[in-house]
Design a protein around this ligand. Structure first.
Ligand SMILES: C=C(O[C@@H]1C=C(C(=O)O)C=C[C@H]1O)C(=O)O
Length: 285
């Protein structure tokens, strides 16, 4: 019989060989990312949320065995964040007032342990940091109904340099857990992954019942998963954020159909972000 200690040593030397092979691959991967970074337009964020989502989905699809998916995802997120930072400035501003630390943890999980992060105690401060370029990404609370000044209404601009919603966190939904959920924003063009959701911003000259707006969205082929409404002060109309289960770019024909349906009441209609549907996300009402 082989002494147990010898078997243990053999197994450990196999692990050493695996670690060396993994490390070699990480270094090879880094060299490839450096080549990719060199062809990206300078002065724009290097991060590509759609590509990152595809990498994570492929990884989870092929995963087998006892290694926890959450740990696997965290390892990849750590690597991707480090390699994004290697390509240029990369910093994250997080809505993290003292009584809402959950967003900080979500941001760390997604954007890595070495990425510079700055806490802000209001959503508008996060928006400002991203808009002025001090942060590449902003992490903001998932929009709620009773917000007295919703941050999302400040994204209602067609300016190509304005921040857009780029991700929903966590990307790997953890089954059965009461989650804090966040949206991430960055000044990036909208990109499609094949399984996406879009946030549409709608500004109306007047108040419109949610029922009527919902009917118009449905008739235009854009049934809303969620609808948030904010009444502009002084009866100046209303702004709405609606989430639809599709990628809707600025030239999508469904926007033209909605535009026609809303007619005179419409001030503005535009996609203010898209995100790759998180893995394991239960459909919300
Ligand atoms: C390497 C790239 O840059 C970043 C790093 C990625 C990675 O490590 O795989 C993926 C997407 C980008 O956020 C890329 O754009 O492909």
């Amino acid at each position: 019989m082989v002494p147990a200690s010898q078997t243990l040593n053999e197994l450990r030397s196999e692990i050493d060989a695996i670690d060396a092979a993994l490390h070699d691959l990480v270094m090879r991967r880094t060299a490839l990312v450096e080549q990719i970074g060199a062809v990206k337009p300078p002065g724009r964020p290097a991060l590509r949320p759609a590509r990152e989502a595809e990498i994570l989905r492929n990884l989870m699809d092929r995963h087998q065995g006892a290694f926890p998916p959450a740990a696997l995802s965290r390892m990849w997120r750590e690597m991707i964040a480090a390699l994004t930072r290697l390509q240029g400035p990369f910093a994250v501003a997080v809505y993290a007032p003292d009584d809402h630390r959950g967003f900080w943890d979500l941001a760390r999980d997604h954007y890595g342990s070495a990425t510079p992060m700055q806490a802000a105690n209001s959503s508008l401060a996060v928006l400002r940091l991203v808009a002025e370029g001090s942060a590449t990404v902003g992490v903001l609370p998932w929009p709620e109904d009773d917000d007295p000044d919703p941050w999302w209404r400040y994204l209602f601009t067609a300016d190509a340099k304005s921040p857009r919603i780029i991700a929903r966190l966590p990307f790997l939904a953890r089954a059965g857990r009461e989650e804090v959920e966040a949206m991430a924003i960055a000044a990036l063009p909208l990109e499609e992954t094949g399984d996406d959701r879009t946030l549409l911003g709608i500004e109306l000259r007047e108040d419109m019942s949610r029922g009527r707006l919902k009917d118009s969205l449905e008739a235009a082929g854009l049934p809303p998963l969620q609808l948030r409404t904010f009444h502009l002060p002084g009866g100046a109309g209303s702004v709405h954020l609606t989430e639809v289960e599709a990628f809707v770019g600025p030239d999508d024909p469904r926007l033209v159909a909605l535009y026609q349906r809303l007619g005179e009441a419409l001030v503005r209609l535009l996609p203010i972000g898209t995100y790759a549907t998180p893995i394991g996300l239960a459909r919300r009402g």
